[in-house]
Design a protein around this ligand. Structure first.
Ligand SMILES: O=C(O)C(=O)C[C@]1(C(=O)O)C=C[C@@H](O)C=C1
Length: 364
């Protein structure tokens, strides 16, 4: 068909209607099939959220997408289709570090889609406890920011609970200035807390050098404060602004627009190997010279790529440390198994926190 001479509107819309009818019947059939999968899972006591299968679906979509729809758009649609299918198998409940509108809330929606029941928790520790006490099926917590580094509250919870990691997700950190003020000249106060202020300090210095900064955490609460103050503004994300009902006065005020945060999805699943996986391990060592080098050389000897290593004080006030590392591969991979076996011989205690599908931090 000649692109310059489109058909009459009515005709095109008839075709769209026919496609929508087919889509609805195909989607219904897809949900029925998921329910059948759900019955198998219920019988065999297998998890309803299977990130390794979802990753396979998303990879296939990318390979078969003929366009003109963009990969991200197709992914967003399928995230919701899978979310609805999963909910039809078994309604799942996921906790996140709240209140509503935090970046962690965004990460939870990004992982589970909106056909999931989300419950906000006051703190990171509460998310771990809600899972351990069986109040929720999964939980989402931040673990590291590309600029600010690790979130110690999250790492410190692993030795205190038996909660495991079953997926990871990266969320771009896009800070906006939300305010009911008509212009920047009217803004006298900024409600925000340490990290967002730090990440926008260049912009604040150039645009609102005289504004008073009122420490308010988290960003969703800052948005609420700004709504109540006609001369106030908040640094927040678009979800918080939308939930609170405050307009964005200036969008994208972060000094580094590529900033992002990595979140962990916690639960008791043990996702199967996908071929592109990551594993998280926690260990502690004897307080003797060379122990850390010995421990880490196990990874090198078996060709396992170490992606992150972090130490945290063991919560005993004895200057002993717990090491956390992320490495490439799945716990069932032969080279990772060999490296972990060797690590176990050297370490006092070694705990695998989970193997889960690897996500490209730059692909958000
Ligand atoms: O294949 C499965 O394991 C399903 O439960 C089906 C399905 C889907 O809708 O495709 C739904 C939820 C899972 O997390 C993965 C996939």
């Amino acid at each position: 068909m000649d692109e310059a001479t489109p058909r009459p509107l009515e005709k095109i819309r008839q075709d769209i209607d026919a496609i929508d009818t087919q889509l609805v019947s195909l989607l219904s059939r897809r949900v029925e099939l998921a329910q059948e999968v759900g019955r198998v899972k219920g019988r065999d006591n297998r998890p309803y959220f299977t990130p390794e299968r979802e990753r396979q679906i998303f990879d296939k979509l990318e390979q078969t997408n003929p366009g003109p729809m963009r990969a991200k758009q197709l992914q967003a649609i399928f995230r919701e289709i899978i979310s609805a299918a999963r909910a039809a198998e078994k309604p799942l409940v996921a906790a996140f570090w709240g209140p509503a509108g935090t970046y962690t809330h965004l990460a939870a929606i990004q992982t589970f889609g909106t056909s999931t029941e989300f419950v906000a928790q006051d703190g990171i520790a509460d998310v771990f406890q809600a899972i351990e006490q069986g109040k929720v099926d999964y939980g989402v917590v931040p673990v590291e920011n590309a600029l600010a580094g690790v979130v110690p509250e999250t790492l410190d919870m692993f030795p205190q609970t038996n909660v495991k990691i079953c997926a990871e997700v990266y969320i771009p950190i896009h800070h906006h200035l939300a305010s009911t003020a008509g212009s920047l000249d009217e803004v006298q106060r900024i409600y925000a807390f340490g990290q967002p202020v730090n990440q926008c300090k260049g912009w604040i210095r150039s645009n609102l050098p005289n504004a008073e900064i009122i420490d308010t955490a988290p960003t969703a609460r800052a948005a609420q404060k700004a709504l109540e103050d006609p001369q106030g503004a908040a640094i927040c994300n678009s979800l918080a602004a939308q939930l609170v009902g405050i307009p964005l006065l200036v969008e994208h005020i972060s000094d580094n627009p590529a900033n992002r945060t990595r979140f962990l999805v916690l639960g008791y699943n043990e996702p199967a190997k996908t071929g592109r996986d990551k594993s998280s391990v926690m260990f502690n060592l004897k307080n003797k010279p060379g122990e850390l080098v010995k421990a880490l050389s196990a990874f090198e000897r078996h060709g396992v790529n170490l992606m992150m290593i972090e130490s945290r004080p063991a919560q005993r006030a004895t200057f002993e440390y717990i090491f956390y590392c992320d490495c490439a591969g799945h716990r069932t991979d032969a080279n990772l198994q060999a490296a972990l076996e060797e690590l176990r011989e050297n370490a006092l205690e070694t705990v695998i926190l989970g193997s889960y599908p690897y996500r490209d931090p730059l692909d958000v």
